[in-house]
Design a protein around this ligand. Structure first.
Ligand SMILES: O=C(O)[C@H](O)[C@@H](O)[C@H](O)[C@H](O)COP(=O)(O)O
Length: 238
């Protein structure tokens, strides 16, 4: 199910969301002594990460994982790891621990088991806080419609929390077709699942995906939105 938080502008959205994320991380730290925070890349969430980087919380108790990453060197502009290091892991949040997805392996497939084991051992599950984006094609994380590897990504019996995805050029901007992503079952293991979307086009895709009765493989985000055992908090502004 969904819990909608719609705002008149981005400034209001990110201010409200930063406060909510800060509270959620502080709650996890006070209850368990640590917090796991999984973050998406793309062009939307950077203002949230920049705001959170100034939050006065015990960042040394926060483990940061990636929701997904492009299989590119972390110094490349396309790298989600780079985006997170530049927007979140600075100021107060510099003392958080980031666990990257990208490994020296030539392809994501040979690294999946290793990154899954790393994420399952170093980050606490269920995830305390997960930040998702959504593409106009209904993908979330790097779970792209009909992409190679998506079946593993959607499989409820997949013991891994990560999967390797080979998106097609038409699905992704630029050449970043090879990805690693959290699986659907990993995303469902979240105490707080936040989906950030902006603009009219994504709102229309979201509204359709909420009702979507078609195959999840055609609109992976709908698997989360339609899950009655899960609450996805949707933050939207024009
Ligand atoms: O690697 C990525 O690109 C993201 O993790 C991806 O899942 C993103 O959240 C959506 O593609 C939306 O991207 P925008 O925020 O750029 O629209």
């Amino acid at each position: 199910m969904v819990e909608e938080h719609f705002f008149e502008n981005h400034a209001q959205l990110f201010q409200a969301l930063a406060s909510r994320c800060e509270m959620q991380l502080m709650r996890a730290i006070s209850q368990r002594g640590n917090a796991s925070f999984f973050v998406s890349g793309g062009s939307t969430p950077a203002p949230l990460y920049e705001a959170l980087s100034n939050s006065e919380l015990d960042w040394s108790s926060v483990g940061v994982g990636l929701v997904d990453d492009r299989w590119v060197d972390p110094d490349m502009k396309a790298s989600n790891e780079r985006l997170v290091r530049e927007s979140l892991l600075r100021n107060q949040a510099i003392s958080a621990t980031l666990y990257p997805m990208k490994q020296p392996d030539v392809c994501a497939k040979t690294a999946v088991d290793r990154v899954s084991a790393l994420y399952q051992s170093k980050l606490s599950w269920p995830a305390d806080l997960v930040i998702l984006g959504m593409g106009p094609d209904g993908h979330t994380a790097s779970l792209f419609p009909r992409a190679e590897g998506l079946e593993q990504g959607l499989a409820i019996d997949n013991p891994n929390v990560c999967c390797a995805i080979q998106a097609t050029k038409s699905e992704v901007t630029g050449d970043y077709t090879e990805r690693m992503s959290l699986t659907l079952s990993a995303l469902r293991q979240s105490h707080e699942l936040i989906l950030i979307i902006t603009g009219a086009e994504k709102l229309a895709v979201y509204n359709a995906a909420k009702e979507d009765k078609s195959n999840v493989a055609d609109c992976p985000v709908s698997a989360l939105l339609r899950d009655e055992d899960l609450t996805v908090s949707v933050y939207w502004a024009p």
